[in-house]
Design a protein around this ligand. Structure first.
Ligand code: PAF
Length: 282
């Protein structure tokens, strides 16, 4: 496994590998790897000759009030985990390497951002789309792997790849959960012990919504009400949103049909958690 810190070296290495016919699976991350990331790396390893992991805490996707400074970082731990997952390259650039000057051009995401996290984090997905455009041009992967937990991010990346004609296949991998149902996230370590005990209620509320739908419920506000009730009764977290949309368009629905997403975000003392469930309705 090789750790590469410059854009030039990464591009040269990949160009050489691709010349030899190697396919490249790419997992972009902000580090502090957890089981969810390892699942993406495992799948990338099965489907490609080479696996590239990038670790870059991208400052331009954090708002002024967000957790850029406290975002957890531990490169040595990440390096060991990557090694155990047979990663071939870690791309680990500095902020100066990625943003040596003020950007003259940046990506603006025009659809799929007015809802869910996008609504509460203005500019966030522009920052994600901008860094991913740069990273795609640096890593030039055959396939790129994203988690379904960040469903809105996956929907935005799907649009980016299509609109900017990246010759890259998007692979969206199911959410990995703790045994108690809590979706794995780098931010879980920032939960207070009592909050960690409460947090599985988020997934429980989504499953309760799913079973209401399976019993024939078609009314979106009824689903939102049930999810909200469970979170408010069982956690001390503050709900940012509980919303139901079509997927991947992320459009509101008058009644539940087709492929839908129920998504939520809940703020705890030092961590804001998101989760979602995708459901196909006949
Ligand atoms: O999901 C993340 O960790 C980040 O948003 C990503 C995709 C690595 C872009 O910085």
């Amino acid at each position: 496994m090789k750790v590469v810190t410059t854009i030039k070296e990464m591009q040269e290495e990949i160009a050489l590998q691709k010349k030899c016919g190697q396919t490249v699976g790419y997992v972009p991350t902000m580090g502090y790897l957890h089981e969810g990331h390892l699942t993406l790396l495992k799948q990338a390893g099965k489907e490609n000759d080479l696996v590239v992991l990038s670790i870059f805490v991208n400052p331009i996707q954090f708002g002024p009030e967000e957790d850029l400074a406290s975002y957890p970082r531990d490169f040595e731990r990440d390096r060991a985990l990557a090694e155990s997952e047979h990663v071939d390259y870690i791309f680990y650039p500095s902020v100066d390497e990625m943003y040596p000057n003020k950007l003259t051009v940046r990506a603006i995401v025009q659809e799929r951002t007015e809802v869910l996290c996008g609504k509460l984090r203005p500019g966030h997905f522009d920052g994600v789309a901008t860094v991913i455009t740069k990273l795609f041009n640096i890593v030039m992967p055959t396939r790129a792997y994203f988690g379904r937990k960040d469903a809105q991010q996956a929907a935005v990346i799907e649009g980016l790849i299509a609109d900017f004609n990246f010759p890259i296949t998007l692979v969206v991998v199911d959410t990995v959960r703790e045994t108690d149902g809590l979706a794995r996230s780098s931010r879980n370590v920032n939960l207070l012990p009592e909050e960690r005990r409460q947090a599985p209620a988020l997934y429980k509320s989504l499953k309760a919504a799913k079973s209401l739908i399976e019993q024939g419920e078609k009314n979106p506000p009824r689903i939102v009400e049930e999810v909200t009730r469970i979170i408010q009764t069982e956690t001390s977290g503050k709900i940012d949103y509980v919303e139901v949309y079509s997927y991947p368009e992320l459009k509101p629905l008058n009644f539940l049909a087709g492929r839908i997403i129920i998504a939520l975000a809940v703020k705890f003392t030092h961590a804001r958690l998101i989760d979602n469930l995708m459901i196909e309705i006949d």
